[in-house]
Design a protein around this ligand. Sequence first.
Ligand SMILES: [Zn+2]
Length: 176
Amino acid sequence: MNAGIRAGANRASAAVDALGPVAGTYLLILALRSPTTIDVGGLGPIDFGSPFYLYAGSAFGPGGLRARVGRHLRIAGRSHWHVDYLRQAAEPRRVWYSTVDVRLECAWADAASALPGVSPVPRFGASDCRCRSHLFAAARLPGIAEFRRRLEASWTASIRSAFGPSATVRLFELRL
Ligand SMILES: [Zn+2]
């Protein structure tokens, strides 16, 4: 391992440690190294040709965000989730997350789908819900401010009733 790769790995692990074991929802932004076709578990072969991919997930298991995001940042040996397959060919660039104690990944997927110039990868990461997808191809790296606007626009009645009418979205960003 050369010094540059080691420095990058150390920076990523320090960022993940800072997340703590809290539960939350996140958007992982991956940069594809080069166009490729990947056999994604039960979905079969999928062509990946966009420079960026946005994946909406949540972390409510043991270890919370630190464990789940840490898994995404390491190159997993064995693919379990759909996103693990894509991760083999792409590098994490951003993680946006909130620590609201409610699963919001479907709302986050909806907000990501509303960003300009993105398109869904059908059924990817959405085996257990009614969303069209939890993964979106993007021609450019989106900014967190535009994502926040989409998220607030899709802030649903049920979320408002859980957190109050003045609930705001507190978003955090890891730059990798
Ligand atoms: Zn969903």
